[in-house]
Design a protein around this ligand. Structure first.
Ligand code: SF4
Length: 318
């Protein structure tokens, strides 16, 4: 795998004003990079900021502060023409395949929209490109004249993937692409994404709350909690040797397929609810629920630092 970074996210912040004096800190000083051809998984409970982070990386939300460099260029400083060029190279697959496809358009036109916007192909070439994309995602050319409601959830997500691939992007943000699907279909979509990555050399930011599926597809995984990145490491390292108390608890909740081991293992139960990201308290965001919390945890936010090679943690225990 090439070592060159395609994406560099530096101290990214995305805040939303939610009242006169209230600020929702959805993403608060998050940094990571993604190498060319790599998949970075982003996990955490709902409301942790992972989707906002993905959308800010794509430029769908303006950053409050920090940088998102794509091939060395800050995407939040692009003019209109440059932005169009960037969208040719970076695409997003949305969570809900039911809501993300226009019900009044045929599948062929949904996939062809990007081709038209970027003037890539016309006439027969356009039609052939659409047929090829349908085949690439496991559908067939007869599907081009049908409408989204005629398809199952898994097939609709395949259409969403074909739409994202239509303009030959290098980078795709997969924003919870399997969350709305049946468990039996989830593995099919993940395997399709893995095969497409190998075939087309794609780079992914894969956002999900299903930790076992994230491990399957990701080279490295980042764990978010209440707008902050608490741990980031290679997937095997993170799953075998999690260091942050929150990551340990999250991983302990994944069911183990072997009933004997499942019965014996100890789950770490996190007490309490996820606190509000509106005007968060100083210190570690996990402090109110952490059994290891000490006074400094309530006062000073822990630095996100490299504890071992390529293993980053934000916790005062380290
Ligand atoms: Fe727990 Fe403190 Fe580490 Fe936060 S910094 S996870 S409160 S030990």
């Amino acid at each position: 795998m090439a070592e060159q970074n395609l994406i560099e996210v530096k101290n990214l912040k995305k805040y939303f004003k939610v009242g006169k004096d209230a600020v929702l800190k959805a993403v608060d000083d998050v940094s990571f990079n993604i190498k060319k051809g790599e998949t970075l998984g982003l996990v955490g409970e709902s409301g942790c900021g992972k989707t906002t982070c993905g959308r800010t990386v794509m430029g769908l939300y303006e950053a409050t502060d920090g940088k998102v460099l794509f091939d060395g260029v800050d995407i939040h400083k692009l003019n209109h023409k440059e932005k169009k060029k960037f969208t040719r190279r970076a695409q997003i697959i949305f969570q809900d395949p039911y809501a993300s496809l226009n019900p009044r358009m045929t599948v062929g036109d949904i996939i062809g929209e990007g081709i038209d916007i970027h003037n890539l192909y016309t006439g027969k070439e356009r039609t052939n490109r659409i047929y090829k994309l349908l085949e690439l995602v496991g559908l067939n050319k007869e599907h081009a004249s049908r409408f989204p409601h005629e398809f199952s959830g898994g097939q609709r997500q395949r259409i969403g993937i074909a739409r994202a691939l239509a303009i030959e992007p290098e980078f795709i943000v997969c924003d919870e692409p399997i969350s709305a699907l049946d468990v039996s279909i989830q593995a099919q979509i993940v395997n399709l994404l893995i095969n497409l990555q190998k075939e087309l050399g794609l780079t992914y930011l894969f956002i999900a709350h299903d930790l076992s599926m994230v491990k399957h597809i990701s080279d490295r995984v980042g764990v978010m909690y209440l707008g902050t990145m608490v741990e980031l490491a290679g997937s095997n390292v993170l799953y075998d040797k999690p260091l942050h108390p929150y990551t340990q608890a999250l991983l302990s909740a994944i069911p183990i397929p072997d009933p004997e081991t499942e019965r014996k293992r100890q789950r770490i139960v996190i007490e309490g609810e996820v606190p509000s990201p509106i005007n968060p308290k100083p210190g570690c965001r996990f402090a109110a629920r952490c059994k290891y919390a000490k006074p400094i945890c309530h006062e000073k936010r822990p630095e996100f630092k490299e504890i071992e090679k390529d293993h980053f943690v934000a916790c005062h225990l380290f």
